[in-house]
Design a protein around this ligand. Structure first.
Ligand SMILES: [Zn+2]
Length: 409
């Protein structure tokens, strides 16, 4: 999530983990990886090292080499444990489809730059059919290093599939909705974080001149490239927005699905910082639907907090986090006005681990997000009215009302 990022020439350094160190590091805007025992680890470029020196913080290099591609794997990383690789996710999605063919179906939305498939999992009754039902879109992993953001969407699909037969609430919701889940928008980036450089954020676009990557969450069309606040025209930047809106196959895959369907709510998962953000991102001024967006965010936040006590602070992204442009939720909200959320998963800050959640964190983080997802889906189902401009929706709507004996008024 950090707007300033390390470059490929950055090195890993550490400073002593002394009392008050958090407050000394914060104003420097560094990419702090984690506090571990008596050291705090930081990925730092040249400018960051100068900041540390100026702040009289003595640091020592940790790996004795730069964090160029390959070095992290060589240093003993390379495996991502309980977190999904691209291939593991593919296998798990197909296994869900095979085990629950009546309600789970896997779609290929497109291919990444390096030819990996961008998968969507659809969960619905009559899953083979398009029905006039409340459609909800859940996205994960626009940003490669945010591994936990793959797991929550995937586990949501798995939860719905596994509990459909036995849990009446799940059955009611699945029967009346289409839940679309794209757990891994950025497969090339994810693989790169596993095998080369754990801290990578963008996709793997070759921008020329030795620069790689477009920030997929700055590549959407709405107010794309409005200014250089939170997105950048510089290909070396961690928030490089790309050469044009939807220049990347990964964002086009999301776009094409969105335009083909009639989604009524959206959540895009990221990490970290425990916030629930709603449009706008491009401005700190509220949208004309601010109160509604806020009410839903507050409700989700309350339900999350009730599970493990963790606060996910609700707020408008451009006002309460930072300004940026070209992000997913500004586009979906700007285009269709649907409630659109960016949920930044735990931890709350860098000193508690930042992007580096433990394997044991996956289950509790999913469990605490589950009631918020159920709430949002239920609310969307309750408020659903078919779009009457669409003859297909109208026919299906009338048929359902007739079949269920409801009176049209
Ligand atoms: Zn992110």
């Amino acid at each position: 999530m950090s707007a300033s990022g390390p470059t490929e020439r950055s090195i890993l350094v550490s400073v002593p983990n002394a009392p008050g160190i958090e407050n000394r590091l914060k104003p420097l805007g560094l990419d702090v990886l984690a506090a571990w025992k008596d050291r705090v680890y930081i990925v730092a470029g040249d400018a960051d090292l100068r900041s540390l020196e100026n702040a009289a913080l003595s640091f020592r290099p940790e790996l004795g080499r730069t964090l160029s591609p390959g070095s992290v794997a060589a240093a003993g990383g390379g495996l991502n444990g309980a977190y999904h690789t691209y291939k593991e996710l593919e296998a798990d999605l197909l296994a869900l489809q095979q085990k629950y063919p009546a309600i789970a179906k896997v779609f290929v939305l497109g291919e990444s730059l390096e030819g990996r498939r961008i998968y969507a999992l659809k969960i619905s009754d009559n899953v083979e059919r398009e029905e006039a039902q409340a459609q909800v879109l859940i996205l994960g992993c626009h940003h490669a290093r945010e591994w936990i953001s793959v797991e929550v969407p995937f586990l949501w699909g798995k939860y719905l599939a596994e509990n459909y037969a036995t849990n009446p609430e799940v059955k009611r919701l699945v029967d009346r909705s289409e839940v679309w889940i794209v757990p891994l928008v950025n497969p090339d980036g994810l693989e790169y974080t596993i095998h080369a450089y754990r801290y990578w954020r963008k996709n793997r676009r070759d921008n020329g001149g030795g620069q790689f990557g477009v920030d997929l969450n700055r590549n959407y069309e709405y107010k794309w490239g409005l200014d250089a606040v939170g997105s950048s025209a510089d290909p070396s930047s961690a928030v490089y927005r790309g050469a044009a809106p939807f220049s990347e196959p990964e964002t086009r895959a999301v776009r094409d699905l969105f335009l083909k369907k009639d989604f009524r709510a959206l959540v895009s998962y990221h990490s970290f910082s425990q916030v629930i953000l709603y449009p706008w991102s491009y401005t700190d001024l509220p949208s004309d639907r601010d109160a509604e967006l806020r009410d839903i965010a507050v409700e989700m936040s309350d339900r999350i907090k009730a599970v493990n006590g963790r606060l996910y602070k609700p707020g408008q992204s451009g006002k309460d986090l930072y300004l940026s442009n070209g992000d997913t939720t500004d586009w979906t909200f700007g285009l269709s006005g649907i409630p659109s959320y960016t949920i930044e998963l735990p931890p709350i800050d860098e000193l508690l681990g930042g992007f580096f959640n433990r394997e044991e964190d996956i289950a509790p983080i999913f469990q605490e997000n589950l009631p918020a997802l159920i709430y949002l889906l239920d609310r969307t189902v309750q408020n659903y009215r078919p779009s009457l401009q669409n003859p297909f929706d109208l026919r299906d709507f009338l048929f359902r009302r007739w079949r269920t004996g409801a009176i049209l008024n």
